[in-house]
Design a protein around this ligand. Sequence first.
Ligand SMILES: C[S@@+](CC[C@H](N)C(=O)[O-])C[C@H]1O[C@@H](n2cnc3c(N)ncnc32)[C@H](O)[C@@H]1O
Length: 387
Amino acid sequence: MKIQLEAGSPVHGGYTLGRVDGRVILVDGAIPGETVEIEVDDSEKLWKGTVTQVVTPSPDRVEHVWDRAGGAELGYMKRSAQLEWKTAVIEDAISHLGGSLKAHLKDAGLNIRVREVGPGLGTRTRLDVDVDDEGRLAMHERGSDALVPIDSMPLAAPAINDILANQDAWAGTWKPGDRVRLIAPTGQGPVVAIDKDVYRAPGEKTGSRVLERAAGYSWEVTASGFWQTHEKAPVTLLDAVLKGARIRPGDRVAEFYGGSGLFTLPISEKARAIRMFEGSAGAVRDARRNAPKAEIAQAAINPHLLATGSEGADVVIADPSRAGLGVKGALALAASGAQAIALVSCDPAAMARDVSTMVENGRSVMSLAAFDLFPHTIHTEIVTILS
Ligand SMILES: C[S@@+](CC[C@H](N)C(=O)[O-])C[C@H]1O[C@@H](n2cnc3c(N)ncnc32)[C@H](O)[C@@H]1O
């Protein structure tokens, strides 16, 4: 079914809100204010529509930076419009899921504004791709299982694009069905990781870890493990967390979801002591090498551990995955004796729930900074400091 409507405000997931005859439709591919024709999928209770024609284009509409495959959902609008979009999505999450948080932020004079971090293209240091039946590197079409062969990906760093453009030279290194990670580390030349094997040139294996550098520190990170993907993410998040939490030399710090030690290493140099918790065995091995002064435990983090692990800490840092802390986890941190809590959230809805839970249980937001570390996508990174 085709419908024409005016696209309303953006919401979580990359949609704008549309309304027809009082019914709400989630619209994919529109910019607020545009009149668009959409193909409606009415198979679910909540209708969704995909733009088939833009009737009245927004002045913010540009040629898509990457519509060959998924991974750049907002690539059809100017970067400034993407920042406004992401800001509106965070505000919407706070209004709908944040309880009294909206009023709390207003009273504290804190405005939300997603900040641009560097250029929109050429900044991604990791790209996960598949090998198709013909041995070509490929990505999934958005919302589909179909593989599209690629020889460039504009969001990725130039060194990754060099590998994509010269992939014939790598024939024989990977095979159909492989999952391949292309990495352009900040501290060394590019590598290709296929499962546990890492290559610095076609057929030429190298060590399993890559060197990352930021803010005068360096980390060795397992190629297949987690590391922030935007080249400026480490320095941006370190700055926001370290300055925001105001860690002093006498402080005892508890860190949860510490990964390979991005925050653990600098804090272990600044604070009296840091205890870090992380679930992945590989990340824990890396973190122990990267931050030998820290006490690092491999553990499944849950509300009980958030409570016991933060006992005696002056500062708590938590950087959970997309699901966030959860209400019980946020309650545990709110009840800790820490003077400062730094929460790094990569999902606006989880952030709104976690921060409002802490605010409604005695904590105050000192700052809330949102960074566009995933340009052209729907994702944002948010650092909230609470006292
Ligand atoms: C967003 S990453 C952040 C890592 C690190 N702070 C960084 O910026 O590089 C989240 C980390 O939490 C870990 N993790 C996620 N859920 C976990 C859980 N329930 N228990 C323990 N670790 C978990 C993941 O292995 C991952 O390393």
